[in-house]
Design a protein around this ligand. Structure first.
Ligand SMILES: [Fe+2]
Ligand SMILES: [Fe+2]
Length: 404
């Protein structure tokens, strides 16, 4: 049985199923491991892990007086927190149908990828970043997001481990723009947020690829090298002349946490700008929904739930709620089960409600057989979502059922 417990209640002999923290901040932990020595416990506290999931079938249980949370309780808590966000007022942003934007977004994304590769290569060769080129690219992303955010945001998830750094830059730019619009920022700030997203990880080009793309766990030393990328990126951007303060700030502070336990400056609370707080959310979401050399991706809805689990201390609460409103409780690409018993993949959000996206049904759980795929707008259908499902457990390749 899995139980979430406080680290101070952990003892030698317990089996840690998962630590409750973003693996981006803790890339040196094995996913699961047994606590065999006192020093394992000290390491958990040293790396500021507050809670862990333990598996009582593989190790000791927690003592009876200690507080623990079951998987079901955790699920209920997170679902109710997400439902509360869904009940909040959401800005209505008009959009064109997804099918009218998808092809154009595909072309724009291919162009943007080429441009980002060229831009990063230039920097690698010691040349300054051409800011006007970055601004043009962001304008294209901005226009696509304005027409229909689901087109580009869905396409951007389909990256490979090889093109990760470039596609991640474009994805964080797109997410920053979409979040900026949800927050009602003025158009100049939205654009600057997009440029900041595009350039936030430019410092990674100075990290040796054998460290950056290492397939196994990182050592402390290797993680220390990776942690230099915000500072290195900031120094590089400083050389580029007329760079906006927002971009400099996001580049330097996108790995800070609201509780001051991030890096490089351990800034906390009010010391962190809105843009740096926005970037830390967009950055983590895109990283965990992407396949990396060392990590398979999580599906979008699962990623959102993990982030909701970690959010206290890591993210700004208000901005996290705005982010959920931006991508939906059931983001595009999520496998869901409908009350009618049909399985469907979410293809697009609707203006009506975060709980009523457009879905494509393709499987009946009653007959356990595929059915004729059909698009259903849940905002005008009597059917509704009963829960999200794990595509891996069902063994479906959802790409077959979507156009992205
Ligand atoms: Fe980064
Ligand atoms: Fe990043």
């Amino acid at each position: 049985m899995l139980k979430k417990i406080k680290v101070q209640d952990a003892t030698v002999g317990m089996y840690v199923h998962e630590i409750c923290s973003s693996w981006m901040d803790n890339p040196f932990w094995k996913k699961s491991f047994k606590l065999t020595k006192e020093k394992d416990l000290k390491a958990l506290s040293h790396y500021q892990i507050k809670e862990v999931w333990i598996d009582t079938s593989k190790g000791l249980d927690v003592h009876v007086e200690a507080k623990s949370v079951s998987v079901e309780e955790e699920k209920l808590q997170i679902n109710s927190a997400l439902q509360q966000i869904a009940a909040q007022e959401k800005k209505i942003i008009p959009r064109i149908p997804l099918k009218d934007e998808l092809l154009r977004a595909k072309k724009k994304l291919a162009e943007a990828k080429k441009n980002v590769i060229t831009m990063f290569n230039e920097v690698r060769m010691g040349n300054a970043i051409k800011l006007d080129q970055a601004a043009d690219m962001v304008e294209e992303i901005n226009q696509s997001i304005t027409r229909n955010p689901d087109a580009l945001l869905s396409l951007m998830r389909l990256k490979t481990a090889n093109d990760y750094t470039y596609m991640h830059s474009i994805a964080v730019s797109g997410l920053m723009i979409a979040l900026g619009k949800e927050l009602d920022l003025d158009s100049a700030s939205v654009k600057e947020a997009g440029i900041a997203g595009l350039l936030h990880d430019v410092g990674k080009i100075f990290i040796p690829s054998k460290v950056l793309n290492k397939a196994g766990q990182l050592t402390d030393e290797e993680f220390a090298i990776i942690k230099t990328h915000p500072q290195k990126g900031w120094e590089q951007l400083k050389l580029s002349g007329e760079i906006h303060d927002i971009t400099l700030d996001v580049c330097l502070h996108h790995h800070e946490r609201i509780d001051g336990k991030g890096y490089p400056d351990q800034l906390s609370g009010e010391a962190l700008s809105t843009f740096a707080r926005m970037a830390s959310i967009c950055d983590v979401y895109d990283a965990i929904t992407s396949t990396r050399c060392y990590k398979a991706s999580w599906d979008p809805a699962e990623s959102l739930r993990k982030m909701a689990e970690w959010k206290d201390g890591q993210f700004d609460n208000t901005l996290f709620s705005a982010f959920v409103k931006t991508i939906g409780i059931y983001p595009s690409g999520t496998l869901v089960k409908l009350k009618s018993g049909r399985l469907a993949v979410v293809t697009e959000q609707t203006e009506a409600s975060l709980l009523k996206p457009v879905v494509k049904v393709f499987f009946s759980t009653h007959s356990m057989a595929h059915i004729m795929p059909e698009l259903i707008d849940l905002s005008i259908s009597p059917d509704s979502i009963s829960n999200k499902e794990d595509p891996q457990q069902w063994g479906f390749d959802l790409k077959k059922f979507t156009d992205f």
